[in-house]
Design a protein around this ligand. Sequence first.
Ligand SMILES: CC(C)(COP(=O)(O)OP(=O)(O)OC[C@H]1O[C@@H](n2cnc3c(N)ncnc32)[C@H](O)[C@@H]1OP(=O)(O)O)[C@@H](O)C(=O)NCCC(=O)NCCS
Length: 285
Amino acid sequence: MAHSKHIPAELRNTAAERILEELTPFVVVPAMGHTKLDFSPFGLNVPTRYRIDPLRIDNAPFCHQLQQLDGRTFGPEGMPMDRWVFFDCCYMPGAIFGFGRHVDRISDHAREVLGVPESYEGLVPYSMYIAIPMATSGSWMGHNLASISPLLPEENLKSLGTVTKALGLKCFGTQVFFGATQWASKALWVHQKFGPLDIHTAYTPAHSEVQTLTYGFHASDAELLGAMGHPNFGFKRPEPDLWIRSGDVTAMMELQDRIEAGERFVMPTAPKAEGEHLLVPIAGA
Ligand SMILES: CC(C)(COP(=O)(O)OP(=O)(O)OC[C@H]1O[C@@H](n2cnc3c(N)ncnc32)[C@H](O)[C@@H]1OP(=O)(O)O)[C@@H](O)C(=O)NCCC(=O)NCCS
């Protein structure tokens, strides 16, 4: 399905190359939210027809497909979003960046996995990154990262999740990023690509999943390009001081106590798989 497309100079030699060969970027934001976004992140132009205003009736089928993508990816995690959550927490206050494939070029398998109706026209979303600006200027909170790549292995879209997050953060103009994820989440393999993660909570009763860690990083160009594997940008990663096993609530609460007492920690590098669990590295900062 590959056909040669223009790859912006800054994105050459990164994981974005293969994704850009295959897929087309889109942004979902109401017309009144346009001014603050960069529709050419790292020189990648988001076509005008794929700058999608969710408030327009003719974009309802696209928004429905975003919900299908969320259901296929977050459904099994037990946290699929209702349509009003999309509206109140994503479309109106935030923005969505993603990649899709035109319906004329999707396989029967992709059509089935993503529940695309026969009558559907236009771009079918394959990935999305949703973030919401915070009260502090330049800070954004990650709300949702979804990639259909693991469910369509035959399409070889390796790094789709990482590239979607990196270009989304650039598009949104994020300077400081915060996110929340579960200790057992495979998404930690994506998040750690952005460098050592500052840990803000280790045990989080304010979240419906208490075994959530809140993390953050500075989203400079170097960090975003480094996450996508650009050879000029790497990270200094400290050695772990301890490892926390997902499910070990006592260890999470102990780390939370130390954070609340003023100590600072990072997740320096990738977790290790241990059966159903993850072993997550922690280092003092
Ligand atoms: C998490 C998610 C976005 C990842 O999407 P993706 O397109 O597979 O992401 P990427 O290909 O960019 O990165 C996945 C990384 O995890 C690694 N990985 C996955 N399973 C692994 C395992 N069992 N052991 C080691 N590494 C693993 C991959 O090797 C890859 O790293 P690499 O590029 O260094 O090889 C996708 O699986 C998803 O939508 N999940 C459901 C929703 C969700 O949990 N979202 C995140 C909430 S915070």
